[in-house]
Design a binder for this molecule. Structure first.
Ligand code: ADP
Ligand code: MG
Length: 771
């Protein structure tokens, strides 16, 4: 050990010299000055002391006070200064990849080093770190994966878990595992960081760990609710009629026709009530009539536009941050604003977006200050609420909604709905406006709606399906998933856990005794949803790797097909050109991608995308994810280096369909023909209307979502024989390289007449496999 010790000591000295050189250089001094101005700096010594004396410390403080960029850096600097730099290894987790990347870049700039030296990052399928990296920012998912392979976190000295107030599933999961680890690693330091003040909850969870609050300073922000906003902007509510509120008006109407019995949620009723009453009496009856048609679940783009115009024309200088529900809305609004005479004028408005899937170059721009007389407007998701701080914001426009997945354990259905945020979020959003001077916040909902918001948002663990999570828990060699999860801050329902275990058994990741199968072991290390992971493995084994690779990548990125508000019909037609023949959204993805590759070779990729309503950025993202998945599977030995052997059967449509089916099972519905229309029936739901007629008896689907009405996302028609052969727990004996097909789970759908056909087909397949 002493040789190693000497090497590390030498390296530590070098680190100290470098750090001092930087801090004494002119730029270094300037940077230190800025850093010293952050509220966290005043608490530096107290923080370092608390961390030295306690195994767990909980730290809270206003967003922007310097938790993420400063605290891990303080620890690093003090280790380096004391000549122990090379001996420490600090990990700081972030809930989102983009913040891990942005923050690591910022910290390396603050240290005057290139990224990937002392400071690095690691996110799913990407990273920048080297042998000299001692401070690593990663997603919480990455740290979890690391814990799966090394339960003691050997070599790690400090773990910071950031943004715990968000109560993300991975963070809650991490806390269970770390809590279990602490007694075995007495020297390990755990620091929890949170923006809002529910620090006590976490302190109690860790047996009364000390909490430190960093007092921050923010300027007062004036809140305006919808009532005031209408007054200020002079916006006439009649135009709510004209807007295609987030494009959901149609769905809303459909829902009214389909499910008139469905009770409106409480807040919706409240809004309608409020809008039809006193505060709006000053508007004429025509307006009030139109209000009753307004879908308060949606915020009109035109209203946002009106508020932005008001700010640009009448208000003092300062950047504007608009909180919206998701990437689709952001890009639609951006397109709308681009054609506005004032807001779309690049000499007057610097329009930017901020969301989880934006490119790194765009990321940097949101921190830049615009030239004088140009107003910066950032359209953002709730990512800008706490994890990213844009300094020059003076105005906030808050739509009051965020897209969150909720999970209905009873119906085993995830729902992705823009839903009202919590009071804590609304306050947080408002606070974003007061960082540099007094600010203004425009909430685009009535005050009474705010009053009805929940205090805090429900933890993610209680509102999402637990499939992936349970698989990971299993690979921790935990005997009982239920018991493990009962140690969570707020344990999920037993039913939700049961559903997940059933699902994992059904896809063959767990055996009957709930032990991980070979397939399960593979799936737990593949950085994708278990269903998609299984599809990839099956694609490789059945020699149709290329198309499946495209499908899985596309499903993990997002739909490359664009649906512009004003050209929905045209876009729909464009998309159907790709899928009409096959009745498969998945084959459409393959075709769109391959068409793009061909067009690229001919130098006409841009026109191709334009003509077909495809997003070049998304296609590019799919392309790079493809490469990464391909690399991982090669690395795991599932794909030969010579890919042609893996693609011998890529042109066999039925086989590709079959592999899609094997991955998406048990997401399957039967197609029931009626006289005039068709319906489909999923395993646990009643019939739902199907708009197209399809010549297949079954549909496999990626997701069943409740968005007003239950509908299927990304589906592919399949035949009886495909379902029988591939829809089930096909167990892949990966190690021995042979296939074993299991029966079972298909009884549900099985027509007795098909039994015979099934046996015959199975026999044939076995012959093929044995060859
Ligand atoms: P917290 O984690 O407490 O919310 P951060 O550590 O993320 O705060 O940020 C502290 C301060 O550092 C911010 O107020 C901002 O001024 C500055 N900052 C953070 N990231 C960047 C960046 N990429 N570019 C410029 N300044 C930044
Ligand atoms: Mg932070």
């Amino acid at each position: 050990g002493s040789v190693m010790e000497k090497v590390l000591q030498r390296r530590s000295l070098r680190m100290r010299n470098m750090q001092r050189t930087w801090q004494e250089s002119p730029e270094g001094r300037k940077m230190m000055e800025f850093r010293k101005s952050l509220p966290a700096f005043k608490e530096k010594d107290r923080l370092l002391q608390a961390i030295a004396r306690n195994q767990v410390v909980v730290i809270s403080g206003e967003t922007g006070c310097g938790k993420t960029t400063q605290l891990p850096q303080y620890v690093l600097e003090s280790e380096v200064e004391s000549g122990r730099g090379a001996f420490c290894s600090i990990i700081c987790t972030q809930p989102r990849r983009i913040s891990a990347m942005a923050v690591s870049e910022r910290v390396s700039v603050e240290r005057g080093e290139p990224l990937g030296e002392t400071v690095g990052y690691k996110v799913r399928l990407e990273g920048m770190k080297g042998k000299n990296t001692h401070l690593l920012f990663c997603t919480s998912g990455i740290l979890l994966r690391r814990l799966l392979s090394d339960r003691n976190l050997t070599g790690i000295t400090h773990v910071f878990v950031d943004e715990i107030h968000e109560r993300g599933m991975n963070e809650d999961f991490l806390l269970i595992v770390l809590k279990d680890l602490l007694p075995r690693r007495r020297d390990l330091r755990l620091i929890l960081m949170s923006a809002t003040l529910n620090a006590e909850l976490f302190s109690n969870y860790f047996g009364g760990a000390p909490t430190i609050h960093i007092p921050g300073f923010t300027y007062p922000v004036r809140a305006h609710f919808l009532e005031d906003v209408l007054e200020i902007t002079g916006y006439k509510l009649t135009s709510f009629n004209q807007i295609d509120d987030y494009g959901q008006e149609k769905l809303w109407k459909t829902q009214k026709q389909l499910a008139p019995r469905k009770k409106k949620n409480q807040i919706t009723a409240l809004v309608e009530d409020a809008l039809s009453k006193s505060s709006f009496e000053k508007y004429d009856s025509r307006v009030r009539d139109s209000l009753s048609c307004w879908n308060p679940d949606c915020i009109g783009f035109n209203l946002i536009e009106a508020v932005l115009c008001h700010i640009c024309r009448k208000e003092r200088p300062g950047a504007v941050l608009v909180f919206m529900t998701g990437w689709e809305d952001i890009s639609c609004l951006r397109d709308q604003l681009k054609s506005h005479p004032l807001l779309g004028d690049p000499n007057r408005v610097f329009l930017l977006t901020c969301h989880g899937s934006m490119a790194t170059s765009e990321q940097r721009q949101i921190f830049d200050r615009p030239p004088p007389n140009v107003r910066k407007i950032v359209l953002a998701t709730n990512m800008a609420e706490a994890s990213i701080t844009i300094n020059d914001i003076v105005f906030v426009v808050d739509c009051g909604k965020a897209k969150e997945t909720t999970y209905d354990a009873l119906n085993n259905t995830p729902c992705l709905l823009p839903s009202w945020v919590s009071k804590a979020s609304a306050r947080q959003r408002k606070g974003r406006a007061g960082r540099v001077q007094p600010g203004e916040c425009y909430h685009l909902y009535p005050r009474c709606v705010y009053e009805a918001f929940a205090e805090y948002q429900l933890p993610e663990l209680l509102r999402t399906p637990l499939n992936s999570l349970c698989l990971q828990i299993k690979s921790l060699q935990v005997a009982s998933i239920g018991e493990f999860l009962s140690a969570a801050l707020q344990p999920p329902e037993t039913l939700a856990v049961q559903n997940a275990v059933e699902f994992l058994k059904m896809i063959g990741a767990l055996d009957a005794r709930e032990n991980l199968t070979n397939l399960g072991k593979f799936l737990s290390v593949l950085p994708v949803d278990p269903k998609l992971g299984k599809m990839l493995i099956m694609g490789a084994i059945f020699r149709c790797f290329d198309p499946i690779l495209t499908i899985v990548s596309a499903l993990s990125v997002r739909d490359p097909f664009l649906l512009p508000q004003d050209k929905k019909d045209l876009a729909g037609t464009a998309k159907s050109r790709f899928s009409a023949k096959d009745y498969s959204d998945h084959m459409a993805l393959v075709r769109a991608y391959e068409g793009w590759k061909d067009a690229e070779r001919e130098g006409s990729a841009y026109e191709y995308c334009w003509r077909n309503f495809l997003s070049p950025q998304t296609l590019q993202a799919i392309h790079s994810l493809r490469k990464q998945f391909s690399f991982i599977l090669k690395d795991a030995g599932l794909v030969d280096a010579e890919t042609s052997t893996n693609n011998r059967l890529s042109h066999n449509q039925s086989l590709v369909r079959a592999i899609i089916c094997s991955g998406l099972f048990p997401g399957i519905s039967s197609v029931v023909h009626r006289e005039t229309s068709m319906t489909f029936k999923t395993m646990d739901d009643g019939p739902v209307l199907l708009y197209a007629t399809i010549p297949f008896p079954w549909l496999v689907f990626g997701e069943k979502m409740k968005v007003n009405t239950v509908f299927l996302r990304d589906s592919t028609g399949v035949s009886d024989s495909i379902l029988i052969l591939f829809g089930g727990a096909i167990n892949v004996g990966v190690e021995t390289g042979h296939l074993k097909m299991l029966d079972g789970y298909i009884d549900f759908f099985m027509d007795p007449n098909l039994a015979e056909c099934y046996l015959k087909l199975k026999e044939e397949l076995n012959k093929v496999i044995q060859k």
